[in-house]
Design a protein around this ligand. Structure first.
Ligand SMILES: Cc1cc2nc3c(=O)[nH]c(=O)nc-3n(C[C@H](O)[C@H](O)[C@H](O)COP(=O)(O)OP(=O)(O)OC[C@H]3O[C@@H](n4cnc5c(N)ncnc54)[C@H](O)[C@@H]3O)c2cc1C
Length: 374
């Protein structure tokens, strides 16, 4: 057993732990920071994300909008100082509906987010004297509108978003939103943290955390070569989906739970979704349009009869990759039952999401799509 000391021990080298290490060592000048992970950095959840950000959140209260505005300020600072090495864009999130009744929801939620500090709302209904709609640029994030555009003018919808269903009647385009390469962002922070003295240790915090007098005293590590104790007064729990289990090591029962979220990557070889599209979110529930023959066949088995049900709102998609990449990502928070004890690797549950997504955008596309899982 070896002994060492540290000012701070961080459990977990996902984006949260790496960011904590960066901010402690680089921004705050803390000298002796140790980052511990049993996996390679950024490989459990942080490289599976759809890598998007938004300041567009509902209430109650302005906590999320304020928190995200501050986080996006920091992201932009890091993008500027690094020459935008992690390709941060500001294409926005585009909610779309084919249901005229939902337009009131768009207006209500937009007024709410705007009043909480997310920026102004611009209406585009086809009336004279309205502000011009400024389309998003594919790259970069500087000097772009904030707030949101609510687009109800059918001609404007067709002009800028011809790839959406012809039944689309309303759009909400939230603007201080977009995506980046989370992997490159994380590696940028990790390399800078290491250059400022952060030590990355490949081990599991498996032996527990010593606590006495209501203070953390030491952290017990194990790896293939044996075990190690690091004496420290400060412990950061950045264990992601394992945060509850790690919290128990210091006697805390954190009020958190896990949900399974899936992401599919589809080869959009028919080029249904343009490469400069924003994050598109279909805001209506959806039913698949099966033939009578298909319906009969699907009804016969419990494994397939769910395909006849109505599917929930909120399928997300965006283009992924540079240049002429044909890939689009699809994300749907579909299986939202809490998972008691997360285990890895997760069970794949992607097909449902992909099929419904494809039906929304093009049934022809659905019939010849290829599906890969990530
Ligand atoms: C499909 C999907 C899409 C998503 N899309 C978005 C999005 O668009 N935007 C967004 O902001 N977020 C998104 N998220 C959420 C985002 O990915 C996570 O919130 C984020 O990656 C969590 O990072 P983390 O550092 O907390 O956890 P993780 O990346 O999971 O890192 C935790 C680390 O802790 C380590 N660890 C745990 N226990 C121990 C231990 N005892 N000893 C040592 N190491 C330990 C693990 O090995 C792991 O490396 C998405 C998530 C999913 C699954």
């Amino acid at each position: 057993m070896t002994h060492s000391t540290a000012d701070v021990v961080i459990c977990g080298a996902g984006i949260a732990g790496v960011s904590a290490a960066y901010h402690l060592a680089v921004r705050q000048g803390v000298k002796n920071v140790v980052l511990v992970d049993e996996r390679s950095p950024l490989t459990l959840t942080s490289d599976k994300s759809s890598e998007c950000y938004r300041n567009w959140w509902p209430g109650p209260g302005d906590a999320m909008v304020s928190f995200m505005n501050r986080s996006i300020d920091i992201l932009e600072e890091l993008a500027r100082e690094s020459g935008n090495i992690f390709n941060m864009n500001r294409r926005g999130y585009l909610w779309a509906t084919a249901d005229p009744a939902r337009i009131e929801d768009f207006k209500r939620t937009a007024e709410e987010s705007s009043s909480l500090g997310a920026g102004p709302i611009r209406y585009h209904t086809g009336q004279p004297n309205e502000p011009a709609y400024i389309p998003a640029s594919a790259e970069g994030f500087e000097n772009r509108p904030t707030g949101a555009d609510i687009i109800l003018d059918p001609a404007l919808i067709r002009q800028h978003f011809p790839y959406l269903s012809e039944q689309t009647v309303g759009l909400l385009h939230a603007r201080r939103c977009g995506w980046l390469s989370a992997q490159q962002y994380g590696m940028y922070m990790l390399e800078r943290a290491q250059a400022n003295g952060v030590e990355l240790i490949s081990a599991r915090i498996g032996g527990g955390v010593d606590v006495s007098g209501n203070r953390v005293r030491a952290v017990r590590l194990s790896n293939g070569n044996g075990s190690e104790i690091i004496s420290t007064p400060n412990f950061v729990n950045a264990a992601g989906p394992l945060a509850k289990q790690v919290g128990q090591m210091i006697g805390l029962d954190l009020p958190v739970f896990c949900e399974l979220h899936s992401k599919v990557a589809i080869n959009d070889h028919l080029e249904i979704v343009p490469r400069d599209a924003p994050m598109v979110i279909w805001a209506d529930p959806t039913c698949l349009s099966w033939s009578e023959e298909e319906r009969t066949a699907l009804t016969e088995s419990e494994e397939t009869n769910w395909l006849l049900d109505e599917f929930p709102v909120g399928v997300h998609t965006r283009p992924e990759g540079a240049g002429d990449s044909p890939i689009i990502l699809v994300v749907w928070a579909y299986h939202i039952e809490p998972v008691e004890e997360p285990t890895f690797p997760l069970r794949a549950c992607f097909l449902k999401t992909a099929e419904v997504f494809c039906e929304i955008f093009s049934s022809e596309f659905a019939s010849i799509m290829t599906l890969t899982c990530s």
